[in-house]
Design a binder for this molecule. Sequence first.
Ligand code: GUN
Ligand code: ZN
Length: 429
Amino acid sequence: MTRLAVFGDLLDVTAPCPADADLDTPPPTVRWRPKHWLLIENGRIQAIQPDAPDASWPRDERPGRLILPGFIDTHVHAPQLDVIASYGTELLDWLNRYTFPAEKAWADPAVAAAGSTRFLDQLLAHGTTAALVFPTVHKCSVDALFGAAEARGMRLITGKCLMDRHAPDGLRDTVQEAERDSIDLIQRWHGQGRNAYAHTVRFAPTSSEAQLDMAGDLLAAHPGSYLQTHVAENRAEVEWVRQLFPSARSYLGVYERHRLLGPNSTLAHGIWLDENDRAALRSTGAVIAHSPTSNLFLGSGLFDWRGRAAEGVRLSIASDVGGGVSLSMQRTLAAAYQVAALQGQRLDAFTLLHAATAGNAESLNLGHEIGRLEPGLMADLCCWRWADEGSVLAHRLSIARSLHERLFAWLMLGDERLLEGVWVAGRPI
Ligand code: GUN
Ligand code: ZN
């Protein structure tokens, strides 16, 4: 039996705040437990208490530090650390000029292994302990990612990227090859430890109707497996899909008709959807992963978080690196605030923190495992400094009058440089 007692200022948020909430008097869904002990036994949270545990417990004391659930990233591309911050293009040009050439390199298992290690270590260095990840079309990229996640004890969801057309040589599969590789990978990795398989349709333009159909079959055939893709990110992309699938009701309708929408489906972006699309998302339980730094960087558009949430569409938040420009969830949440502000909406700090933790966990139907600080859940945690001495953030915090004011400033001004410790399944990294 392994045990650890972590001491610090515990914060987690179990639900978004209503738009009219009094933020200076947080609702009970905001659980601020300063100077508390979090007891971990065999990788799970066993108890949370103000009193120190008995002397038999090994201790890790972090006075004055913020202890949060590990962040969860619901849409991020492992091979795209090589193209993050590439200049001057919108989505379709960006894919052709930067992204596809970079992804070709992952055909080499050694490149995929080194890239996967780098990627997961960077996620952890940004306080992200679980993720839904795009690899490449190559089978070895999936082996590399799952293997590296297993070695770190991380919760990881990924699966071979499916793309059998409109991609350069070296990045295309065929329906038969893709099906065989997917089944192999599912048998090897799905449900092994904390790994789960995601059927990964890159986006409608890079899959034939036959391949989309095959993905629908795989999703139906493998309980607990996921589906990830992109949808309605950019206006030129939407127009291209209209031409490629002339009989489809809409871009989202392509996925709907191939049985790819369900409660385990996460679709990145979803900026340019109509009312029927939103109804289809609601009725199927499919999730839109809002990727604000990516949408700003690639000039894709402004996603209406408050509007979609009010309609009952399931939502999550994601970095979408390398279209997105940071793996940091603070940077992602700050961008989400700004995207909302550009539309006359506001996202409070509690709602933002909830999105990156419990909200993202629930979007993956993993709320029973990650995202909150609660007995029974896995001990995926991070310890953060509030600020560096002498920084603008330290000054701002020194005159803040409420928890909300402090947390909001921390999210807007903080980043991975404030991270002091990470535990994955109770194990210090
Ligand atoms: N649509 C299809 N592929 C991609 C990708 O790699 N990144 C983004 N942002 N959108 C996509
Ligand atoms: Zn993406």
